[in-house]
Ligand binder design. Structure first.
Ligand code: NAP
Length: 549
């Protein structure tokens, strides 16, 4: 179930957040600790606070009115869906919330609010069972038929006693145990998931922060009762919250279940990745019960454990794990070792992982449009003389791909030793002659003139925010070259614009990016359909163009 946690600073704002998300949620949590005034704060200006009883009465009335208004708004929109279940929470500052008032007053407000009605659930911290007043609030909630969420919070990271059962034992029969712990890395995430598994059902298990986002999305598969979210455009109630719309539209949360196949992009950082948009859209368009998540991993040694726990079937691999992931693989297409990089891995039925490099297929695919196709379907580059600018990771895939297609290559790099090392490393790898190398400077013009049928730009020069730089400013295009810049932000670099204006045929980095994603997608789809897995990353075509029916 999707639960919207309000973060507005007054009841009217919280109702607005409900209205704005009313189609996307099943539950509402009023985070009353976000209310700036009217609860239990001392009055501004240092005046005297009214007596506690009066404060508690007035705050409880505010909370009751809110619950009534929220249920009315819900009933008007969803007359057939039964009353809105609202969770009442006043989160203390030490638990990651905003409430800084006195504890006795907080408990008095909660006790009054549940007695007055309107709330289906009350979030009460587990330590309250140790105090008389805390037990009295618990008893009041039970008498009023309000279900207690017995919560344990560790906003600064996994506490040493989590594994020994911190927060696991306090919940009483009928209560819903909840742990919300910050995951500061992949080891924390694993520990939180393990601790969560020991809680009885129904339970709520939350790993806060970017390392826990994948587990939040997968809450229906991991046996968590609900997934808390924050409204778009407002503050977020806790680190790692998604919006209800993201959960429903991007991740199709309501359809996730035991039979959902799980895919992810792994990297660190990875939350900025656009890959979930692409792959989830393909799964949706193809009518497949599969989801694709961002999974931030800082320690790749934990990949196998995490993949088992999160039931991963396949992953895209991005920075900084493209090389290190090879240790996890029990097999890979030849390009993975030659390029020393794997960007796609699939789990085989025996649980082992097989690696591919779809960057290579993605790099080569747009070239077929310019040079035609050879008999095997790949771009016809036999004997084509090319210059590759750059000698980094992307250049390695490009040079390998060109050599594998029979092209002759000149590598230009600012640091010529790196170009040399790349040439030596790939010599013979694809059965092709050793590439030539030169320093990236005007003195190389003569060599470039010999290798200028295709020019491939793989450095980060010209990439935002460096859009005004040109790695080959000393070179005048003849207009006969094919110019290919793999940088895709901006869509057309200064260098590529210069080539186009000189009359060259040009290929932008977006074409490579889309082609590598399509190739990766073809691998995921083959696996999902139970087809024989290809030996190499295929030319992916257009998976969105192949909509069924
Ligand atoms: P990398 O391994 O760090 O290599 C960077 C390359 O750029 C090296 O050759 C480096 O030369 C050169 N370079 C950097 N700054 C320079 C400067 N100021 N002057 C001269 N040379 C400079 O990076 P990478 O992974 O290969 O990525 C390179 C670019 O490709 C990035 O912009 C990336 O976004 C893009 N890319 C695009 C796609 C796609 O799908 N379209 C895929 C992968 C990568 P030195 O050796 O002298 O340092």
């Amino acid at each position: 179930m999707i639960c919207l946690s309000t973060t507005a600073t007054d009841p009217a704002g919280a109702l607005e957040q409900l209205r704005g998300n009313i189609e996307e949620i099943e539950l509402l949590e009023l985070r009353a600790d976000f209310f700036a005034a009217g609860l239990a704060e001392r009055p501004a200006g240092g005046g005297r606070a009214p007596p506690a009883e009066k404060q508690a009465r007035s705050a409880a009335e505010t909370l009751q009115r809110f619950a009534e208004d929220a249920r009315r708004v819900w009933a008007e929109r969803h007359p057939d869906r039964g009353p809105l279940a609202v969770i009442l929470t006043i989160r203390r500052e030490r638990d990651g919330g905003r409430y800084r008032g006195e504890e006795a007053l907080r408990l008095r407000i909660l006790e009054r609010a549940v007695r007055q009605g309107g709330y289906a659930y009350l979030d009460l911290e587990e330590d309250l069972l140790g105090s008389e007043h805390g037990r009295a609030v618990t008893a009041a909630a039970e008498r009023a038929g309000v279900r207690i969420i017995r919560s344990f919070h560790a906003p600064n990271g996994v506490p040493p006693d989590l594994a020994r059962g911190a927060g696991n034992t306090a919940a009483r029969p009928g209560e819903i145990p909840k742990i919300a712990v910050s995951a500061n890395g992949s080891a924390d995430l694993l520990e939180i998931l393990e601790a969560g598994e020991r809680l009885r059902q129904p339970r709520i298990v939350i790993a806060m922060g970017p390392y826990g986002v994948a587990a939040r999305i997968l809450s229906p598969l991991l046996g968590s009762y609900l997934c808390y979210c924050s409204a778009a455009g407002g503050e977020i109630a806790a680190p790692g919250h998604l919006t209800p719309a993201e959960l429903n539209r991007l991740y199709r949360y309501r359809r996730l279940g035991e039979r959902t196949a799980v895919y992810a992009v792994i990297g660190d950082p990875v939350m900025h990745s656009r890959s979930p948009e692409f792959h989830n859209e393909v799964f949706r368009a193809q009518g497949l019960n599969a989801v694709y998540l961002p999974l931030q991993i800082d320690d790749l040694r934990l990949f196998t454990d995490l993949s088992r726990r999160l039931r991963l079937q396949g992953v895209s691999v991005t920075i900084p794990h493209k090389s290190a992931i090879r240790k996890v693989l029990s097999g890979a297409e030849p390009a993975v070792e030659a390029i020393a990089a794997c960007n796609t891995a699939l789990r085989r039925p025996d649980g082992s992982w097989y690696g591919y490099n779809s960057d290579l297929a993605g790099f080569l695919a747009p070239l077929a449009g310019e040079f035609g196709r050879a008999d095997d379907g790949g771009p016809a580059l036999e004997g084509v003389r090319c210059t590759v600018i750059g000698a980094g990771g992307a250049a390695r895939a490009a040079v390998y791909g060109l050599l594998a297609r029979g092209a002759e290559v000149l590598i230009l790099n600012r640091t010529p030793e790196r170009a040399e090392a790349l040439a030596a490393g790939l010599a013979g790898a694809a059965g092709a002659p050793r590439p030539r190398t030169a320093r990236l400077e005007r003195a190389a013009l003569g060599e470039i003139a010999e290798y200028n049928r295709l020019l491939v730009q793989t450095t980060s020069i010209g990439m935002e925010p460096d859009e005004h730089s040109d790695p080959l400013e000393f070179y005048e295009f003849t207009g006969e070259e094919v110019a290919y810049d793999i940088v895709y932000t901006p869509p057309e670099t200064l260098w590529l614009r210069r080539a186009r204006r000189a009359g060259c045929r040009v290929i932008g980095g977006r074409a490579m990016f889309e082609a590598q994603a399509a190739s990766q997608s073809a691998l995921f789809l083959a696996q999902l359909r139970g087809e024989q897995l290809p030996a190499r990353a295929p030319d992916g075509g257009n998976p969105l163009g192949a909509r069924p029916g």
